[in-house]
Design a protein. Sequence first.
Length: 276
Amino acid sequence: MSTRTWFITGVTSGLGREIAAQLLERGDRVAGTGRNTDALHEIAATYGDAFWPAELDVTDTDAVRTTIDRAAAELGRLDVVVNNAGYGMFGAAEEFTDAQIAHHLATNLTGSITVARAALPHLRANHGGRIVQISTYGGQAAGPGGSLYSAGKFGIEGFMEALAAEVAPFGIGVTIIEPGGTATGFRRNAVLSTPMTAYDGTPAAMVRGLPASTRPSPGDPVKVAAAIIAATEAEPAPLRIVLGSDAYQYTCQALTERLAGIADQRDSAAAVDITD
């Protein structure tokens, strides 16, 4: 495949950095953003002009639009946009402050929406391209202690699923990536709520030990990144890609239980229809 130009948020660590590194090693160009300027400079020093760095907080709507427009202008085009910036936030819903919730959703939900919307004019001008949304199996399977995290991921998956149908006429594909646990430091960097004693011993309290957990993550970030890159080369664009045996297990279980929960409601659902 010919050289492509990528715009990736959150390239300074974790999965975003691994994706960027693999792309740069194979000769693609990457416009990479993040809040850690030292890490951005480090990547730029390694890969030179193939890497276009920009400090960016995706909660800053104006900055997102300006940065994407500038990247497209200076690099000539954008072919693939990867929404990777985000973070985990775990605890009982009642334990978080309003400010924590607002920032989390501004990053994980509306930040990704803003990036996609800002990129669309450039992709339409190219008569094609891809938008890749890094989600999680938590965007399909919600559990106690993950209510706010899943709120953002369920929301962005709904947005991207609808967006895929909206932009298909322009030759733009949308793919949602649903990884399982991956050895990227995600758990270590997760934000936890301030515990309330009322939730001691409840299912929601199980996430309190997440950052210090020594349980190994099954996902290999090198393989996950390679699979994400490969997904952007598939035609037509796959709507969802599940990565990791744990992600597959929990997603299938959640979808099966969801369908089972409404399977016997056909008659009761129809009972409220308007009849002559």
